[in-house]
Design a protein. Sequence first.
Lengths: 459, 486
Amino acid sequence: MNAIIAISVLAIIIMFFGVMGKKSILLPIILLGLPLAFFLDIREWGTSVHFYNEMFIADNFSIAFNAVLIFAVFLVFMFANLYYKVVQRPLEDIYALFLFALVGAMVMTSFGNLIMLFIGVETLSISLYILAGSKKFDIASNEAAMKYFLTGSVSTGFLLFGIALVYGASGSFNMMEISNYITEYATMLPAMFFAGMLLIFIGVAFKIAAVPFHFWAPDVYAGSPTLITAFMATVGKVAAIAAFYRLASLAFANVHLHWENTLWFFAVATIVFGNLSAIYQDNLKRMFAYSGISHAGYMLLAIIALGPKSAGSLLFYGLAYVVATTTGFAVLMLIREKNGTFSVDGFKGLAKNNPIEAFAMAMAMMSLAGIPPLAGFMAKYNIFIVAAQSGYLWLVIVGVLGSMLSIYYYFKPIVAMYFSDAEPQPKIETGIPYKIHIIFCTFLILVLGFLSGVIINLI
Amino acid sequence: MLTLLLIIIPLVFTIVLFALPDSKYVKSVALIGGIVEFAFSLYVLFQYQYGCHCVFNYHSQFFQQIGISFSLNIDGLSMLMVLLTSFLSPLIIYSAFTKQSNKPPAFYALILLMETAFIGVFTATDVLWFYVFWDLALIPICFLTAVWGGKNKRVITVEFLIYTLVGSLLMLIAIIYLYTLTPGTHSFSFSSYYNLTLDYKTQVWVCLAFFMAFAIKVPLFPFHSWLPKTHTASPTQGSMFLAGIMLKMGIYGLLRFIIPLCPLALGSWTFYAVVLSVVGILYSSIIAIKQTELKRLIAFSSLGHMGLIAAGVFSLTFNGIEGGILQVISHGINVAGMFFCYDIIYRRTKTGTIASIGGIASKAPIFSVFFMIILLANIALPLTNGFVGEFLLLMGIFEYNAYLSAIAGLTIIFGAIYMLWMYQRIMYGETTEATQDFPEITLQESLVLTPLVIMIFWIGIYPKMFLHIAEPYVRDLLEVLTYKLK
């Protein structure tokens, strides 16, 4: 809870300094404030405090996920300087919106009450709608914001409707009480309850961009400013998947039989469709969108399995995904700035001129593709173990087949960077901070895989 | 601890080389790395022969604490494979030291990274780490081929990568599935996998998944299409590694996983597996005769030899398996030599087409002697290493099925045909435009070839030392097999 307060205060401070026109200190304040919030967050470890009549539960699950989310935002802000280099104005509104979105995301991992889930989803989404359109004079950005807003509103409608139906059946918004209600009336649950549950799942499936509710993702990802896309792809996805898991495990665990079929349909469709579509993308931002879709599918496997290690493997998957995706976007920003293109061709010859950046990109792509022993492999692998242990071996097979497909498109940039014989292009000057950041991210990708056991056993 | 050091030494040199700037010392650092590793593996061999085997078992406490198991061990099979890897690696590194080609540090770093991965594959006793090293070995060879390779290198590399990764991902499914079957708090250790009792139906599926992975790697007949292409595109050092060690990983996997894990399934399929391998032998030998490119000819000949090894292993007889292990070593040495000879010819003549080369023997007699010895070893002439291995293999197959053995034996005749015919065409006859001033091999080149030739004769004349290392392993394996089949 303290972390959420700290981040909200941080956002207000940022706006305050922005109004005063002190552009140069905004980012340093954020980059100091976020570690502080991180520290406040993990200080509550093991306490499991309830706030406001169980509206908000700070258990180990939410603390761990919040730590990952804060870390993800920190990574995104590390590259903010590069992205907004040419912008003159202070940008306090954008930075503050990032932080508000983070607050929403953190609420989504910690809710104990469906209303709180709704508040979290809306806080995250509304900030993201604005951020998606933050490049005011760019048509694509406006289009992205509009599309995101319209589809997002529809999904919110589903979510609210579902919450209302579940409330109608169980008489409570509190997840514990819903769970008790399910055990009590196990044999005679009304259709209204199942309809409500399904609608809630659909509402959240929109947010994680699971097929068939994924249509917004490619356009919104491609149109939004790249930094915002990186934010959406990481924070938005991880928060929504955490919320999904919380819903499934706290409220609806006892009717697992009734939703597992729906979810495995989502998961299989997401993995297959996400990977197949990604193969055809030339625009890397769109490719990231589709790859993000397929990763949502892998993460759904852990939710379907609902085993003892599900939460831990999701946490690790989220972390591995966040690190690799942010690194990928960071290099993509560089390419875009230099060549003005998001196409794979823009990566040609990068290895010769910018070996560090090329290596980072290669590691990020291999990690996302799941090449051992990188973090992404360990993450995928643990999810598969969890699913197989719960008896979903055939889902694992689908997942592995999906991974095979993904190798092809993740290797496209690597092939372009290392193997193409394009005429030498001028070196892209990046500056020391950027290099340090990118080396830090690469280091994480290389090392995290070996720490998977520790992280999974946390929660 | 000794075993861990075997992995750490090349890894440290890899990291050092990646960090080094491009200078004239790079080559020497890489070579020192290879030699240190070889010397160390000789020390390990000494320990293995005269010391206690208990020193090899390494089980990491550190990794245990952070939740993953990491364990290594060396038995007879591992010992031979480690020796092969560490013996070939410095030679492969040294073979790149020619005046014309200047390779950057990354080239040598990738070679040493590959060596690290190979040693890891051959010593891991934890299935997860076996898989990790297995896939890690793939990355350097891809970069070697795609960056320093020849024509169509990118397309071929991607095809190779996807082909082999598909196989290994199938294996991953089997690994995960078996993991969930292990009792108690699940474990990845080889022993817990071996202790599983699987029913026939499970064995069939597990066997299929593993078989795909290993059949692609060996490669067995219908899964071989990546091999000639990759060899053609790869730089010589890549080919030497690929044919010399990487293909042997497939055989290693067969011995380590399929035979002990799915004996029932394998038992009912042995015949088909042997037939498939024998068909592959005939197929590749006949294709090899028709090749016009020297490198493709070597690639197809190595395909045929791998088929024979697989057939011997699948025969599940003592001689077949032991001969298979010995032939893995011998063929690794021979094929590396063949590819290096090809490299010598190619660098001097700038062509690999057999028809445009001729009369080298008159220009470079020493080279022609070296080439002849390696070639005869490939044909399995008595007194060379190929003979011992293939003799045992054919004997093993004969014990299993005499007719198949007769057909498999054709490989020696076919081998003699395509190899000697090729030798006659490129070494004798009139010199062509390309070979008009073919220089004699340099000291550096003969220093690469000499150890290979020594090993050819050593194994050929006194194979007992190597068979002696392999024997306890084969005996244990067959004991497990008969026990499980009951």
